[in-house]
Each structure stands twice: as structure tokens, then as C-alpha cells.
Design a protein. Structure first.
Length: 185
């Protein structure tokens, strides 16, 4: 496989046997059929690095069958371990925008704002939601946050529509540049 784009932005082409993809992310991959004529599984499973956190550990597969292949049992690739961070990191850190490629936008080189952003998970009040995880005596659920601010879906208009049409009241621009407290010892 040759990865050539991520989320509709061209990358320096990367030749790879594995692709790491996040929910909602699009990856543009060119596939080269240069193996022996046969059938092969392409397979995907979760990358889960948080120790002890439950996740769906099933594997999903598709089958690539070369046109002139006689029916054969597809060969199953060896997938990286669920928690193979070095492999995931090697892939992600290898991605670089295609400088001067089509639609390339130069990255601003002048830093005018310094941000320190933490990503966290905490228990938050359910506040009227009928979410099943809110059942029970505590009326709390897990909520993700950045710098202790969590995201709530707007109900009237998407954030992108509000941004392009200059509509007030959908989002604010006061995101904190620092988390509200210092973590660690
Ligand atoms: C998936 O998780 C189940 C339940 O925790 C476990 O029994 C099983 O061995 C796991 N399978 C793999 C492939 O890790
Ligand atoms: C990706 O990794 C390969 C092998 O380590 C290296 O040759 C290549 O330059 C890297 N590409 C980018 C865009 O970092
Ligand atoms: C983090 O956010 C919660 C929910 O808005 C709030 O109750 C809490 O005071 C905040 N923590 C800090 C340290 O600001």
C-alpha cells in the first residue's frame, strides 16, 4: 500500500503494510497488486493502548482475490498486537504533508499563541440525557475533555456552518490556552 493522503490532504507517499486510522478519519491509499496470484485477507482490528480499558477485540476482514486465482483459502496476515504503540507511532510520525502538492497550504511559521492542551476523561453529570450508561444511582457518565472543556453537539447548526456563515451562539472563541490546574506531583 502507498498512503498518499489523510483527510483529503496529500502526504509524502509512504509505502507500508499497515495503516493506522482513527474514527472519522479518511486515508487515501494506492493499492499495488504485485503478489503471487491467490486470495488474501485484508484485516483490521483495534489499536488499544490504555491498560485495563475494555475494547472490542474482534478482527474484521475483507478478501482480495486476484482475477486468475484458482479458489484458495485466503492467507491471513499477521496483525500487530493490540497495544503495539511503536508500530502505530512509526506510522503516524512518518506522515508529512506534501509540500507544494495540489492544495498545499504553507504552515504558519510565526508563533503568536502558545497552547498547552491536555486531553482527559472524567465523570460528568448526565443532565437529562437518556443515555443507558447513566442508569443507576450516580447519574454520571464518562465525558472526554480538552483543558477541562468538553464538547456538546450544537442542536441548531453545525460548528462549520456557524463558522462559514458567521452565526453567533453556536460556539465561543474563549478556549483556554492552559488546563485549569497543574497535573502531577
Ligand atoms: C478478546 O476478549 C475476550 C474477552 O475479554 C477474550 O476472552 C479473548 O481471548 C480476546 N481475544 C483476543 C484475540 O485477544
Ligand atoms: C518514513 O519512514 C521511512 C523509513 O523509516 C523513511 O525512509 C521516510 O523518509 C519516512 N517518510 C516521511 C515522510 O517521514
Ligand atoms: C472542570 O470542569 C468542571 C465542569 O465544568 C467544573 O465543575 C470544574 O470546576 C472544572 N475544574 C477546574 C479545575 O476548573
Amino acid at each position: 500500500m502507498t498512503v498518499v493522503a489523510i483527510d483529503a490532504s496529500y502526504t509524502i507517499p509512504i509505502v507500508t503494510d499497515i495503516v493506522v486510522i482513527a474514527p472519522d478519519q479518511t486515508t487515501g491509499v494506492l493499492f499495488t497488486a504485485d503478489q503471487l496470484s491467490a486470495s488474501y485477507y485484508m484485516a483490521a482490528h483495534a489499536y488499544a493502548s490504555a491498560a485495563g480499558a475494555p475494547f472490542d477485540n474482534t478482527t474484521t476482514t475483507g478478501i482480495i482475490i486476484y482475477e486468475d486465482a484458482t479458489p484458495l483459502t485466503p492467507q491471513m496476515p499477521v496483525l500487530p498486537a493490540f497495544n503495539d504503540t511503536p508500530t502505530a507511532h512509526k506510522f503516524s510520525s512518518n506522515l508529512t504533508g506534501l509540500v507544494n502538492g495540489l492544495h498545499w497550504t504553507p504552515v504558519p511559521l510565526e508563533i503568536d499563541e502558545q497552547m498547552f492542551v491536555t486531553v482527559g476523561l472524567s465523570l460528568v453529570a448526565c443532565e437529562g440525557t437518556t443515555n443507558a450508561t447513566c442508569a443507576g444511582p450516580f447519574q454520571q457518565r464518562l465525558g472526554a475533555n480538552m483543558n477541562n472543556a468538553s464538547f456538546q453537539f450544537p442542536t441548531k447548526l453545525s460548528m462549520l456552518q456557524a463558522f462559514f456563515n458567521n452565526v453567533d451562539g453556536i460556539y465561543t472563541t474563549d478556549f483556554q490556552n492552559q488546563p485549569p490546574l497543574v497535573f502531577g506531583g
